[in-house]
Design a protein around this ligand. Structure first.
Ligand SMILES: *Cc1c(COP(=O)(O)O)cnc(C)c1O
Length: 400
């Protein structure tokens, strides 16, 4: 028996032919960049979340970079975030020239400890970037209140939490701006890279639209007008078909990026978005099965199962165990054909790439404690009950 951590082939089996049809449609249209599928996906996604603007881009990391840039965050600024996350969270902050300022996490939710945020605020702080890790919501009420009191932006890194909720509100719709990733293994995954920025503010949205594509055209000019407080007239020829040939494309107003979601990925995501709620429900059911079955063994086998607050809809991007004998348990699962994944072995403040920030071991004891103990067991919508029962049986046979 072999059970993978994530089984994308099972998903292909279920909807592969529907996806192939979409891919063939795009191939025969030959419209590969910023075509109708991208437009439709941005619309479908904004409807799904109930927000005004969804701006697609190349990947989740770019989404974070573009969001920071659109808020004017850069050199000399500080952004508060968690050290217990995927590297891209801190990387995006450093990439725009700002300084990531880490705040320790809570041992139960794995998310930023809101009681420690205010002590980290300085006159240079511009934003808080909470991460809804593994699909579990941060304490957004508290984070928004801290942000309001201190005049800070909130950038939600919702890359792992699409469809998740906090007090009935969708994650990614609570902060000033939010970012999603469509990396293939995320809950909504493309067949390659993809990302999305969510904003309700019209100006921020226009700036994102402009800088994701070379700061050119109508969006570039509008964004540049906002940023420079100008009212230069925007002349658009309504008779031009801007989707095929955009004469304004070669007029550039801002320095931006080439970070676009391509048409084939958008076509795939348009199909998959229809299944997202169903898949998330399956993940939640699987999590319930794991938790019910393994709960009686927490003490004897020295591991802790995920905890979820009652006001949170956790979408289980990953189902994470926190084990005292992590390596032995991982080896035991491996010996019995069950794959696992270690998320995350090195907290960001101890990553070599962030050496210049001057952190040391012991600075964030909870994040360090977790990074030594946490790992993921198989979780995907198509996981079967019998597979889950086998995994649980194998775990029960573990001897310390
Ligand atoms: C996946 C992920 C990202 C980056 O997304 P990519 O699409 O891989 O660039 C950022 N933050 C978190 C928390 C993620 O899980």
């Amino acid at each position: 028996m072999n059970i993978p951590l994530i089984d994308l082939k099972a998903q292909n089996k279920a909807i592969g032919s529907e996806l192939m049809n979409q891919i063939e449609n795009v191939m025969s249209s030959t419209q590969f960049i910023m075509g109708p599928e991208v437009k439709a996906f941005e619309m479908n996604f904004s409807k799904y979340l109930g927000v005004k603007h969804a701006i697609s881009c190349g990947n989740g990391t770019d989404a974070l970079v573009i969001a920071l840039e659109a808020l004017g965050i850069g050199e000399g600024d500080e952004v508060i975030t968690t050290p217990y996350t995927f590297f891209a969270t801190g990387e995006s902050i450093a990439y725009v020239g700002a300084t990531p300022v880490f705040v320790d996490v809570e041992a139960d939710s794995f998310n930023i400890d809101v009681t420690k945020i205010e002590a980290a605020i300085t006159p240079r702080t511009k934003a808080i970037m909470p991460v809804h890790l593994f699909g579990n919501a941060c304490d957004m009420d508290e984070i928004m209140q801290i942000a309001d009191r201190n005049n800070l932006y909130v950038i939600e890194d919702a890359c792992q939490a699409i469809g998740g909720e906090y007090k009935g509100r969708k994650l990614g719709t609570i902060g000033h701006i939010a970012c999603f990733s469509f990396f293939p293994t995320k809950n909504l995954g493309a067949a390659g890279d993809g990302g999305m920025i969510i904003a309700n503010d019209d100006q921020i949205a226009i700036i994102c639209k402009a800088i994701k594509a070379h700061g050119s055209g109508e969006n570039g000019q509008k964004a540049s007008n906002f940023l420079n407080g100008m009212t230069e007239e925007i002349i658009i020829d309504q008779n031009e078909d801007n989707t095929v040939y955009n004469p304004f494309k070669y007029y550039n107003y801002l320095i931006g990026h080439n970070s676009r979601l391509d048409e084939i990925q958008a076509a795939i995501l348009n199909v998959k978005l229809k299944y997202l709620d169903e898949w998330n429900t399956a993940r939640i059911d699987h999590a319930e099965v794991y938790t019910q079955t393994l709960h009686p063994f927490e003490q004897s086998l020295k591991f802790t199962l995920p905890k979820v607050a009652s006001h949170v809809k956790h979408v289980y991007h990953m189902y994470i165990l926190r084990a005292e004998n992590k390596s032995a348990l991982i080896q035991h699962l491996k010996d019995n054909g069950v794959s696992t994944g270690v998320y995350y072995p090195v907290p960001l403040h101890l990553q070599k790439a962030f050496l210049q920030l001057g952190y040391k071991k012991g600075d964030f004891p909870v994040a360090e404690y977790l990074s030594e103990r946490t790992f993921a067991i198989p979780m995907y919508a198509e996981l079967t009950h019998s597979q889950q029962m086998s995994i649980c049986e194998i775990i029960k046979r573990f001897r310390l």
